[in-house]
Design a protein around this ligand. Structure first.
Ligand code: NAD
Ligand code: UGA
Length: 461
């Protein structure tokens, strides 16, 4: 189709885990729009233009192929793309600040601000700018000031449209979201811009699931959603520790409380700890914002969610050391999984990073296997490269090991031939199930000593 025939020209700046999948789904659902995704990282853009996408996400390649070259374009020509777009989503990274005021907590907004300044510099017409990145509440105010301080007479309307997709299920989450949230100023211009964005999503999402609110509620809702989700995991993980002391079983407790419709049964799986690029970062950001408003008790309350997560990761390794006769030095330990959850190759803040480092401090010989995340694992642990092995085949990884520790709930780990694995391991052989996904009784019957999380242990000694 010729450019002039597209009914809207949409741009996304930032071709990462959010920008790429989100725009691919918009383009696939709306062939009448021209959707362009730009990034300063040329290797990433090349990968989006190939059949080996830069991220592993089930079903994504099919969606990309449906629209790529038709109305979906990936490019590094940021300036040209800005000039022609009417609606610009900004989905650049907003990591935790590592320097200066707020280091270790506040969001680092430098990439966002650079993008905003670039938009002002090259724009020749009015545009709607959408915060897709997760940002501190009231960022839109600062962005609006920067954008609208231009002397070209160009007007930018800043909206918030946070993304709620989870990795591993991104395509399904985007195609069928629980809700889409669009925050705007409640002025005539703000509402007009909001309606233009509602119109995009209404192409495939029922209107009652498209929520609108003021900008600040929208920005804050994103941080709060992640804080509540992470809080549930820390809550159940805290109970896993108590279960281990009392012979209660955390899975039974989860089931019992989850059937209370007021509590609900999702996000109650005890684990070695939550990971991913956002939960920790967004809670730290929330904590920082509360502290800056003098809300010390509120900040402390949310900070505890992170402390509990750190405790769970430490507790997991301490338990391994204790159970394996108070030393793991020189012992080969195979980590099954390195991704922060199944169905992704992403390892950002994966609990496996912390577990691997703690085991290396204990002088273990650590072997890592994962179906999708070994390349990222090698980068995460580059400083320890000479002390580690990365082996794609789990059978090879477990050969000669004293213990297996399940870090990621990959479904292939449930159906491995554990009899074969057991026969190749050192005795006594241990399995620490950091995701409670294996059949513990069956493994015990094969001869393993099995240590689930928050459940009674199965040991032969
Ligand atoms: P990412 O690091 O995968 O992608 C960000 C991309 O932005 C990178 O490719 C980077 O090169 C690019 N970029 C940075 N500065 C740029 C600039 N000036 N011009 C062009 N490109 C630039 O990050 P992500 O995981 O996609 O997250 C993006 C935002 O979305 C974050 O704020 C995050 O909190 C939020 N978010 C992430 C997820 C998730 O599942 N990963 C889910 C919801 C929200
Ligand atoms: C999470 C949110 O679920 C998304 O809504 C949000 O958009 C996204 O963060 C974001 O802002 O980045 P994601 O981190 O991709 O998505 O994955 P989750 O499914 O939320 O899992 C996060 C971590 O919690 C994983 O390590 C997972 O294994 C762990 N988890 C999850 C548990 O330990 N127990 C559970 O019951 C559920």
């Amino acid at each position: 189709m010729k450019d002039a025939n597209f009914s809207k020209k949409i741009l996304c700046i930032g071709a990462g885990y959010v920008g790429g999948p989100t725009m691919a789904v918009i383009a696939a659902k709306c062939p009448q729009y021209k959707v362009t995704v730009v990034d300063i990282n040329a290797a990433r853009i090349d990968a989006w233009n190939s059949d080996k996408l830069p991220i592993y996400e089930p079903g994504l390649l099919d969606v990309v192929k449906q629209a790529r070259g038709r109305n979906l374009f990936f490019s590094t020509d940021v300036d040209e793309a800005i000039r022609e777009a009417e609606i610009i989503f900004v989905s650049v990274n907003t990591p935790t600040k590592s320097f200066g005021e707020g280091a270790g907590k506040a969001a680092d907004l430098q990439y966002w601000e650079l993008t905003a300044r670039n938009i002002v510099r090259v724009s020749q017409s009015d545009k709607i700018i959408i915060e897709k990145s997760t940002l501190p509440v009231r960022t839109a105010e600062a962005m609006s000031r920067i954008l609208n301080a231009n002397e070209k007479g160009i007007r930018f309307e800043v909206l918030s449209n946070p993304e709620f997709l989870a990795e591993g299920t991104a395509v399904a989450d985007l195609e069928n979201p629980d809700r889409v949230l669009i925050g705007s100023q409640l002025t005539a211009e703000g509402i007009k811009a909001r309606d233009a964005v509602v119109e995009i999503y209404a192409n495939w999402i029922p209107k009652e699931r498209i929520l609108t609110s003021n900008v600040w509620s929208s920005e804050l809702s994103k941080l709060v959603a992640n804080a509540f989700l992470a809080q549930r995991i820390s809550s159940i993980n805290s109970i896993s520790a108590l279960c281990e002391k009392t012979e209660a079983n955390v899975s039974e407790v989860s089931r019992a409380i989850g059937m209370d419709s007021r509590i609900g049964n999702k996000f109650l799986s005890s684990s070695v700890g939550f990971g991913g690029s956002c939960f920790q970062k967004d809670i730290l950001n929330l904590v920082y914002i509360c502290q800056s408003w003098g809300l010390t008790e509120v900040a402390d309350y949310w900070e505890q969610v992170i402390s509990m997560n750190e405790y769970q990761k430490r507790r997991f390794v301490q338990n391994m050391v204790k159970v394996m006769f108070n030393t793991v030095a020189g012992k080969r330990i195979a980590l099954f999984g390195f991704a922060f959850k199944a169905d992704t190759g992403d390892t950002r803040e994966s609990p496996a990073i912390s577990v691997a480092k703690q085991l290396l401090e204990e002088h273990s010989k650590v072997v890592i296997t994962d179906p999708q995340a070994l390349d990222n694992a090698k980068i995460d642990l580059a400083d320890y490269a000479d002390k580690l092995e990365f082996i794609p085949d789990p059978y090879e990884a477990a050969k000669g090991a004293h213990a297996i520790a399940v870090m990621t709930e990959w479904k292939e780990y449930k159906t491995l031939d554990y009899k074969r694995i057991f026969s190749d391991m050192e005795r006594p052989s241990f399995i620490f199930d950091g995701r409670n996904v294996l059949d513990h009784k069956a493994l015990f019957d094969l001869g393993f000593n099995v240590f689930p999380l928050g459940q009674p242990f199965h040991k032969h000694f």
